[in-house]
Design a protein. Sequence first.
Length: 213
Amino acid sequence: MIANSFAQVSRQVSFDDENLILVDEQDNVIGHDSKDNVHRGSGLLHRAFSIFLFDGPGRVLLHRRSPQKPLWPGFWTNSCCSHPRRGEDYEYAARRRLLEELGVAAELSWLYQFQYAASFGSRGAERELCAVLIGDLDRPDSVRANRNEVQEWGWFACEEVDSWVQRHPGQFTPWFLLEWSRLRGDQHAAVERHCRRRHFPYIGGASPSVPPG
């Protein structure tokens, strides 16, 4: 494990009033609403994405969410996760968020998409149609995490994460647990192919410019 208990930059990149994309179960757009509203109560179904970054076949980047987060603060989760905003597609939003949260750019590939819901007591809920993306970082020391979003981060051997999840599942976000189970299960071969640089549905890797729409 290579872990970092501090982040190198501090910048606000998340806003309660940013417009997210409401969808039906087939990912058809049905409207837009603020991030604050879509996470109230039991939540409104909206687009989201989770990114897993690898530095080869054996290690994955995880981060611990900032204590400032309204939902699941201080929980460990995947490399980067967020939502496309109104007018953004998955590609643009994922590239934007990697730069905002971790200070990196990476070539990303689409793995799969799933729907889930999870409540965080009386503070709100996630109800997402979530795209799971994977990518590579050839320079694992290039991460410049944003302390407003990231409390800690580190590179972990996949077998180490397996053991950690089994021993302390309560330290992780609910979406991470669902995703990791599949990355180590029915999606394992796809992840291995990606890590050997035999990519599949590519969604882009350059730095974002002007958002579409």
